[in-house]
Design a protein around this ligand. Structure first.
Ligand SMILES: [Zn+2]
Length: 176
């Protein structure tokens, strides 16, 4: 079976690219061909339930990685009824469990008001912050664009101020 022509979840042929399933090893065997719509929604964690009705079919795919990804997404969508109907091989189940567990442990970054921050967001600094080692103060009111989220800590984000990449404590930030 040729795999790369259409999205293996919804069947669309719009900008189909290979997507590595969470907790996968990066091989084609543990990746799924996805259209732009599916991929964007999965990467940004904004699953549209109507669009992902396509999982009703994808969950019966003969491709292991497609089954695993369907399982992960159905879990996210809270479709336990469908998850229960699925049959995964032992290695597929192990991979799916790993991805679901990793997602449950995912760090959530929140600003001073408890609003979730995502990579690429812009934030405003709420108080003057001395930047240790850089010798300047990040001024209150400064907007920092395109923040990134460092792994391993959920109380700092990374962003560029005065051209210098620094860590900023989330409690002193507000999403712009
Ligand atoms: Zn798709």
């Amino acid at each position: 079976m040729a795999r790369s022509s259409v999205c293996e979840l919804c069947g669309s042929d719009e900008e189909v690219t290979l997507y590595e399933i969470p907790a996968g090893d990066g091989s084609e065997e543990q990746s799924v061909y996805l259209c732009k719509t599916c991929k964007t929604q999965i990467e940004e964690d904004t699953l549209d339930e109507t669009h992902f009705n396509c999982l009703n079919d994808a969950m019966w795919s003969e491709v292991g990685a497609v089954k695993v990804l369907s399982y992960i997404l159905l879990n996210k969508l809270g479709r336990q009824d469908l998850v229960d109907m699925m049959y995964l091989e032992d290695d597929e189940q192990a991979l799916a469990n790993k991805a679901v567990a990793a997602d449950a442990n995912k760090l959530v970054f929140r600003d001073a008001n408890g609003v979730e921050l995502k990579a690429g967001d812009s934030v405003v600094i709420l108080k003057d912050l001395d930047v240790k080692g850089a010798g300047f103060t990040a001024k209150r009111g400064t907007t920092v664009t395109k923040i990134s989220l460092p792994s391993g800590m959920d109380d700092h984000v990374e962003g560029r101020v005065n051209g210098v990449k620094i860590f900023l404590k989330t409690e002193f930030l507000k999403k712009a």
